[in-house]
Write a protein that binds this ligand. Sequence first.
Ligand code: GLU
Length: 467
Amino acid sequence: MTVSKTRFAPSPTGLIHIGNARTALFSALAGQSFLLRIEDTDAERSRREFVDELLGDLRWLGLAWQEGPDNSEPDSAWYQSQRNAIYQQYYDQLVTHGNAYPCFCSATELEVSRKVQLSAGKPPRYSGRCANLSGDETRQRVDEGRQPTLRFRVPKGEFVTFEDGVRGAQKFLSDDIGDFIIRRADGSAAFFFCNAIDDALMGVTDVVRGEDHLANTPRQIMLLQALGLPVPRYAHTALILGDDGAPLSKRNGSRSINQLREEGYFPVALLNMMARLGHHYECEELMPLGELKSRFSMQHLGRSPARFDPTHLNHWQSLAIRSVTDAALQHWLRPETTAIVPEAQRSIFLDVVRSNCLFPDEADQWARILFTDEPLPVEEASSLAADQAGESFFLAAIDAANAAGADFDGFLSTLKAATGAKGKGLFMPLRAAFTGRHDGPELGLLYRVIESQRLHRRLAEFTYASN
Ligand code: GLU
């Protein structure tokens, strides 16, 4: 049995976002072997720093490629911008067999023709103006210094059929497809061409990519067939929509992997969220990459658009934070946060973080609340609870704390007895005084972790505040 080989083939024209990272993930999950290729033929928009970011993002996510570049130094093995010599023989082969021809139409001519067709209610397609130029006509234009593009001559009257791994049987009529450009006038390879040729040359067996490429596939199949190259299987994954129902974009919540990483998301949280964007898993638990892979199945890729919901991402983040090792969590915290936490309290602080925080920012806020004298930002609900409790409550709390020392249960029962407060009326004002917050770690823990003098000071401050 041949080993299935998938690939991720990004164009380094920007940072990768949830959409393309999901394509990379599905490809990595679907193949026994996974390849990375850099599609940088658009010289104006492709940038080395985006390749660096991309390699860094994939590595951070743990999506290791078995074949592909190690760094952003372009080489002809994996960077399409360096593969022109390889492509040349395939252009030659197509031209020799009459399957491709030079096209001298200018951008303006093509635009006019497009508009004419559109206004006649026809789908715009290349008119075929240069399809049958004689050798003399071609030479004359070249002598005039005109730089032609190279077009693939689409066979007439054929059906192109294939079985899409997600969308099932596909059938396209070649007559609906105009002759398309395979080499640009500047000599660079066009997407349809180099993308398909490289899949074949690199032994890719399964192309998993976004649905926006579905209509490109018949062109690529015709090209590969004309060259006698192997045609891979294709699977086109459904679009991702934002929570407003529009395709996911920056406007409705898409963020770059880089940004999510800086916000403090764990790779495993992102992987679990993305793996379920359009793919169904029976298991609803957080799974490491290996398990996401062993339970992945093409059959479980859905046809209808997947919806990205930021609350799902945070759900996976909260599971991730509970599952990572202490060392990983410690590393995730900002150094200035750790510096605030007394050595002896580090382990208990990690517990606080696990149950109360999603991001390093929040952990930092808790460290400041628990271990510093910085003024507490008091939430509205908290100050309301403190007002309701009144001065006498906090005076009684100071007395109770003095009497009980480190014994939290003793402290509570003394306070209860003195004030008659219970339930929310007891816990909310205490929480307000201890932390300024209306939620967070359980009171007993706060009582133990916050230095007793600091706790007294805070109770005293609330005595005045609620005056
Ligand atoms: N470079 C193309 C893109 O980024 C690759 C498309 C494909 O996966 O075939 O959209």
